[in-house]
Design a binder for this molecule. Sequence first.
Ligand code: FAD
Ligand code: FES
Ligand code: MG
Length: 317
Amino acid sequence: MYRIVEARSVGLNIKQFVVEAPRIARKQRPGQFIILRLHEKGERIPLTIKSSDPAAGTVTIVVQAVGKTTSMLCELNTGDFILDMVGPLGHPSEISNFGTAAIIAGSVGTAMALPTAHALKDAGNQVVFIEGARSKEMVVFEDEVRSASTETHIMTDDGSYGEHGLVTKKLNELIASGRKIDFVLAVGPVPMMRAVAQITGPLGIKTMVSLNSIMVDGTGMCGGCRVVLGTESRFACVDGPEFDASKVNFEILMQRNAMYRDKECASLTHFKSHKDEEMALLRADIAQKEADIAQLRAELAAAENDGAGSVEEKHYV
Ligand code: FAD
Ligand code: FES
Ligand code: MG
């Protein structure tokens, strides 16, 4: 189990968790993600690793509560446990000195894009970060965005903070002003990534998008995360999650992401009206797991003391 060493709210319905996961922390590269499960019967959900601290053995993830599982996760606090977490998964982001790299991120996509922005800046790029959010309360990590970039633009849909308008408005303005952009990474809602691709594609600007397709196993076995690139199929979990935007069929991605919407809405409605009950069950499940692990550890210690064979032998042979 994975202990949450720090949980804090960072925006409207957005929470950041620092989680003990030493092996994942040692291997993580920018752009990679984990898949976690909150309880035995829970679904698996992918979340990008925002940063890792190999010395402390922790990884940081940021979650926006959009449905049942993310809402449940956002109810957890410092000291709570996540049942299981696998990673790091996916290919790391491509990092080179492109020249000027524009990072375009919407809401929680900002957290997902930050490690890549840092790495691109360290690689010598001019990094222009365009962060978009619906309103002021959803603008996250502004200080970190500023330190990961050489130029920062904050856009809000309602004009309550930064500049009024969509991220694509700023991208269009920069291009119209003659600004040379050599590379773009867009991370966020599918319509936003598609709109960015429609701007940069005709101009021949190399553009990558981080695809948020529905994932289950994260190993290329289930086919759940299949995305269509031109005439080819790829699995976002093992071949991505970042792909060449000019090849992505965004319409199919949107259709596939909406496949279970009725069930997801019903599940969220049920969770909201039974939140205390559901959280109590989750905590009981985790407490049982803690007790099982403690018992196994005690048996292991006892077996080592009396030299009477390994715990594995007692349990499984
Ligand atoms: P639901 O109500 O079940 O679903 C809401 C919508 O989320 C669905 O319509 C669907 O489009 C999508 N979704 C549902 N189940 C899954 C699933 N198993 N896998 C992927 N998408 C799903 N969100 C963050 O807040 N922070 C992140 O750092 C982050 N990183 C991601 C990295 C990757 C590689 C991918 C693919 C997705 C990432 N997401 C991230 C999105 C996050 O996984 C979904 O918001 C989450 O799974 C929704 O679960 P839910 O039960 O709360 O919502
Ligand atoms: Fe199953 Fe990618 S999540 S193949
Ligand atoms: Mg769900």
